[in-house]
Design a binder for this molecule. Structure first.
Ligand code: ZN
Length: 142
């Protein structure tokens, strides 16, 4: 059956949540939900700071925009704090993007770009994914 291989998704890699104040949000996730912070990383290229909370086979990523012109900052000012995107791990991001194009999905990133922890990432437009901003991520060293 055509398209049965999908776009090469292996697992849910993380859930991205936009926050206004990273330190305040980290405290909240630790104190109220009892989750353990792994580490915080700044991605100047993307204009964000990210706090990583491993959780089962996946993790939460709390994202604070640093650059007021970033997509994340625009999201925050329009919709406030909350769920931002789902990220799926893929084996070969270039191939997955080709498969997306073949299905005429709308890509935000035409080519992979650097994400956190040395990974390569690309975003799919919510118009192509039933309203969910979707990130594909190829982890470093796979
Ligand atoms: Zn993400």
């Amino acid at each position: 059956m055509a398209g049965s291989e999908g776009i090469g998704i292996k697992r849910l890699h993380h859930i991205g949540i936009v926050v206004r104040d990273l330190e305040e949000a980290i405290g909240r996730y630790q104190a109220r939900l009892g989750l353990s912070l792994s580490h915080v990383e700044e991605l100047p290229g993307a204009g964000v700071r990210i706090a990583y909370f491993p959780l089962g086979g996946t993790r939460l990523e709390l994202i604070q925009p640093l650059d007021p012109n970033s997509g994340v900052a625009r999201f925050l000012s329009k919709r406030g704090e909350g769920m931002h995107h789902l990220a799926y791990a893929v084996e070969d991001l270039g191939r997955s993007l080709d498969l997306c194009r073949r299905q005429e999905m709308e890509l935000i990133d035409q080519v992979p770009r650097p994400g956190g922890e040395g990974a390569s990432v690309a975003f799919l437009h919510p118009r192509s994914t039933g309203g969910v901003l979707t990130e594909l991520i190829e982890e470093k060293g796979l």
